[in-house]
Design a protein around this ligand. Structure first.
Ligand code: NAD
Ligand code: ZN
Length: 439
């Protein structure tokens, strides 16, 4: 089938969840999304998860450097709508996974096989595109980008180096988790810690990322995987994905590291902090075997100081950081998607809720309260080839709330499309979205 490579010059008007100021709720607004410039792609976001990092950012008054209004979201999957000049690795109609961690392929980190921290990551700190401008406006105001991706929008503009091509058959409402949560936790176990067969592991924090770390420990052959969380409602799911036992620090009078030493004899071989709290980092390190124990910090503690006794390192414990599970994003994400398609792992248990983006403030409440045993909430924007709103979530999650595409006024969209999407045989109909043309 012939593919049109669209170099769109049109502005797209669509809906997005905007954060106007720190501490405010998200506000669903109509935004203008400018065409992609050189080396950029405009992506129709089909599904995006809600990550613990967003919660951290929402709570922080300073992390965005006063860059408001802003469109957050970084755990996305979508379809390339158009490409800017010089884009050679993806084309209109390609399914892509968004990458908060780019891979430019040229910097010292990209050229080092042991390193995944592409120097272009720092671009995200500007909350703008590489040329110092934004592709988003709302009500006449510039709107800032987030995490090199801004996936809480129906359309977003992303640098070519911040998208990875996904298998044309991949269900985007699942593989969006490869964009952050799954890859981060799973990779922390298999790449950063290099969990060994027969070992004992502990995972502090049983959100979507912690659950994925458990999956990584299991695949690596760990004999014992102990889940640690203050929300016992997470335990059933943690066991479903591979935890052999789960404990709640609030059930004990003594520090959790002492409990883990009693449970294991010598401490754990590998420990993962997947909360982002300086005190639990210290406890996780202290839970490790005194000589060979490895503690991996996955939870972000940006802006926080760690207070750790030097004594803990005397006998040989190590403490390591990990970003995006140590994966080289553009190189490894297509393979992670293929592995999912080959049923080498299952993302279903991680998806506990599927919502319309209109409900984003409810998702914030779930995360705050731990209600509904949230692992991951996915937001969907799905067109099934016409202007009609079609509920698609029901099949995805028992607890899902049915949705349409952000309740867009139909007048925003013209009938199908000057953009052609490849339709490989057997393409899931839900994914065979035909992009609406911008008005
Ligand atoms: P989440 O909010 O879904 O999960 C956090 C879990 O920690 C919850 O189950 C909560 O009940 C539990 N928890 C909170 N305080 C606790 C305590 N004192 N003791 C035990 N458990 C406690 O978050 P998530 O999406 O799974 O993300 C987890 C962390 O990973 C966040 O800090 C996020 O910023 C970080 N993260 C890091 C990277 C990376 O590349 N390093 C990528 C994504 C996310
Ligand atoms: Zn994330």
């Amino acid at each position: 089938m012939g593919l049109k490579v669209m170099k769109s010059s049109q502005v797209i008007r669509c809906r997005a969840a905007i954060l106007w100021k720190p501490g405010a709720p998200f506000s669903i607004e109509e935004v203008e999304v400018a065409p992609p410039k050189a080396k950029e792609v405009r992506v129709k976001i089909v599904a995006t998860g809600f990550c613990g990092t967003e919660m951290k950012m929402l709570k922080s008054k300073t992390l965005h450097h006063d860059h408001y209004p802003i469109i957050m979201g970084h755990e996305g999957a979508g379809i390339v709508e158009s490409v800017g000049e010089g884009v050679s690795t993806v084309k209109t109609g390609d399914k892509v996974i968004t990458l908060f961690l780019p891979q430019c392929g040229e910097c010292a980190s990209c050229l080092n096989s042991e390193d995944n921290f592409c120097k272009q990551f720092k671009q995200s700190e500007t909350n703008l595109m590489s040329d110092g401008t934004s592709r988003f406006t709302c009500k006449g105001k510039l709107v800032y980008h987030f995490g090199n991706t801004s996936t809480f929008s129906e359309y977003t503009v992303i640098n070519e180096i911040s998208v990875a091509k996904a298998d044309a058959f991949a269900p985007l409402e699942k593989v969006c988790l490869i964009s952050c949560g799954f890859s981060t936790g799973f990779g922390a176990a298999v790449n950063t810690a290099k969990v060994t067969p027969g070992s004992t592991c502990a995972v502090f924090g049983l959100g979507g990322v912690g659950m994925s770390a458990i999956m990584g420990c299991k695949v690596a052959g760990a004999a014992r995987i102990i889940g640690v969380d203050i929300n016992k409602d997470k335990f059933e799911k943690a066991k479903e994905v591979g935890a052999t036992e789960c404990i709640n620090p609030q059930d004990y009078e003594k520090p959790i590291q002492e409990v883990l030493f009693e449970m294991t004899g010598d401490g754990v071989d590998f420990c993962f902090e997947v909360i982002g709290n300086p005190e639990t980092v210290a406890a996780a390190l202290a839970s490790c075997h005194e000589s060979h124990g490895v503690c991996v910090i996955v939870g972000l503690t940006i802006g926080d100081q760690l207070n750790i006794s030097g004594h803990l390192f005397l006998s040989g414990r190590s403490l390591k950081g990990s970003i995006f599970g140590g994966w080289k994003s553009r190189k490894d994400v297509p393979k992670l998607v293929s592995d999912y398609m080959a049923k080498k792992y299952n993302l279903d248990p991680l998806i506990t809720h599927t919502l319309n983006l209109d409900k984003i403030n409810e998702a914030v409440e779930f995360m705050k309260t731990g209600k509904w045993q949230v692992a991951r909430t996915i937001f969907m924007s799905e067109y099934l080839g016409s202007r009609e709103r079609v509920p698609v979530a029901a099949a995805l999650s028992a607890a899902s709330i049915s949705l349409g595409p952000y309740h867009l006024p139909v007048s925003c969209w013209l009938p199908v499309a000057s953009v052609s999407i490849p339709t490989p045989e057997g393409f899931c109909q839900q994914q065979n979205a035909v992009l609406p043309t911008p008005d």
